[in-house]
Write a protein that binds this ligand. Structure first.
Ligand code: GLU
Length: 519
């Protein structure tokens, strides 16, 4: 094992859009593979055609691409030496049937002919006898119709008559099964708790338990990383490797902790209502007609999404929170993955986006914001938009908020915050606005520093504290009572526009007050 090449696979079933828990599994596998200069593989586990959902495979590929965690081998990313990477295609080649036959031949798997009704009757019988978790196992199989209870002749007859059957794993009674999980340490399970898992279904389709093992063996997978929900089946998997005589081929296991709801109560649902998406990209489920919002379409940066996911159940052991993908690769280890569930934090998720927003250059932000502006029918010079982005990014989480928060940088306001007007507009204040407009007219250069100085001097000359008129002044030029640094806005809008806006405010605010009181 020590000398094995590090090869990790992400092996989703295309049964729907890939939710963020799935992306985290892919991410952790990617990080470990890259850290150890190994391979990251995408295998599509699509043997269950009844659960196949159109578009899911493409979605998975696009999601991984958007996140920047691209496999170097597998479906959608170029075939490596172990193609094909879709289980449906591998089944065509008879890969799984060969392994199932090996288990049958060595007496570790058997045929079971029980019908759905017979299985149901067994379950009812066991429930009536107060068995807590009824299962097909070393004890109950003795009363069922399988190649262990039937004579060879009977089995042959049933086979010849094409009676449907499944192949089951023959799990021994009362044996200790021990395995090591990199995250959880040693796990010991008594085989009496393990059921005789179906390996091949009646239509000859391999079940997950067999198929993924065969593929992990054939694809030389060194580490299998998956969600905690798979932990209970791991003992069966250990037995399958053992019975195939290929225990040394078994990948090291890592079962990731669950992602919990924001309040810590239970597993995070894909229908979570915190307002933060649960899927990387918008997902439309054509079977149910359900729509799920995606991080991408909601304005998250992939770097922020990945950084947030990376911290969901893993920690670097330091206070550092911001990690680029390369830094995550560098810092990652399974030893620092928690055993217990990781609480999803919607606010923190937005915070991560904010951190990345602030780090972006004005030019990058401007190119994103220009799209929003165009949608709103605004055309503006790039330099102006870059400057606007510099001001707006301080308070925003997302680029799309720039428009909501700062449309006044592009359109002269027609409305003024009524609360502020009510509280701050009076004769003295109105006179101040006129005076400051006049003072601005005399300025030759119009920087934030100069306009602020003139503003303060004018207030002082009028016997007013700057604080008494600051917010009103802001409302006069922007319509709203809060926003980025005021004199930065003044500088950005420029002398002509500011004077125009102040004069407009001086003319229209008293009229509004008038019409309000007379109405
Ligand atoms: N196809 C399984 C799933 O979708 C893969 C589990 C595993 O990684 O072994 O969860």
């Amino acid at each position: 094992m020590e000398n094995r090449r590090v090869r990790l696979r992400f092996a989703p079933s295309p049964t729907g859009g890939l939710h963020m828990g799935g992306v985290r599994t892919a991410l952790f596998s990617y990080l470990f593979a890259k850290k150890h200069k190994g391979d990251f593989i995408l295998r599509i586990e699509d043997t269950d055609q009844t659960r196949y959902v159109n578009g899911a495979e493409e979605y998975i590929i696009n999601a991984l691409k958007w996140c920047g965690i691209e496999p170097n081998e597998g479906v959608g990313f170029g075939d490596g030496p172990y193609a094909p990477y879709r289980q449906s295609e591998r089944k065509e080649k008879g890969i799984y049937a060969t392994y199932a036959q090996r288990l049958i031949d060595s007496g570790h798997a058997y045929y079971a002919f029980d019908t759905a009704e017979e299985l149901d009757a067994m379950r009812k019988r066991l429930e009536a006898a107060k068995v807590v978790a009824p299962q097909y196992n070393a004890v109950t199989r003795q009363n069922m119709r399988n190649s262990l209870t039937l004579s060879e002749d009977e089995v042959k007859k049933l086979m010849d008559a094409k009676t449907p059957y499944v192949v089951r794993l023959k799990v021994p009674r009362n044996e200790e099964i021990r395995f090591h999980d990199i995250i959880r340490g040693w796990v010991v399970v008594n085989s009496s708790q393990v059921d005789d898992k179906v390996l091949l279904k009646s239509d000859g389709i391999p079940a997950y338990h067999l198929a993924h093992i065969v593929d992990d063996i054939e694809m030389q997978v060194s580490h299998a990383v998956r969600g905690e929900e798979w932990l209970p089946s791991a003992p069966s998997h250990v037995l399958i490797y053992r019975y195939l005589g290929l225990e040394e081929k078994m990948p090291l296991l890592a079962h990731l902790p669950l992602i919990l709801k924001p309040d810590g109560n239970g597993k995070l649902s894909k229908r979570d209502k915190s307002g933060i998406p649960m899927f990387p990209l918008d997902w439309y489920d054509e079977r149910t007609g359900e729509k799920y919002a995606g991080y991408r379409e909601s304005g998250f940066f992939p770097e922020a999404f990945i950084n947030m996911l990376g911290m969901l159940g893993w920690n670097p052991g330091t206070t550092q929170e911001i990690f680029s993908l390369d830094e995550l690769v560098e810092a990652f280890s399974f030893e620092r993955v928690n055993k217990s569930g990781a609480k999803f934090d919607p606010e923190k998720t937005k915070w991560f986006n904010q951190q990345y927003l602030r780090k972006k250059s004005d030019a990058e932000l401007a190119s994103l914001f220009l799209t929003v502006l165009t949608e709103n029918g605004i055309s503006a010079e790039t330099a102006f938009v870059e400057h606007a982005c510099r001001l707006l990014k301080e308070k925003a989480y997302f680029v799309h908020e720039f428009w909501k928060e700062g449309s006044y940088l592009f359109v002269t306001p027609t409305n003024y915050d009524a609360e502020v007007i009510k509280k701050r507009w009076n004769e003295k204040a109105a006179a101040f606005i006129v005076a400051v407009t006049e003072a601005f007219k005399n300025l030759n250069t119009f920087t934030a520093a100069e306009t602020e100085t003139v503003f303060k001097a004018t207030a002082e000359a009028q016997g007013l504290g700057a604080g008494q008129v600051m917010q009103l002044f802001r409302v006069c030029i922007s319509g709203v009572g809060g926003g980025p640094a005021l004199f930065e806005i003044v500088e950005l809008l420029g002398k002509q526009e500011i004077i125009k806006r102040l004069e407009k405010a001086s003319a229209s605010i008293p009229e509004r007050i008038e019409s309000k009181t007379t109405n």
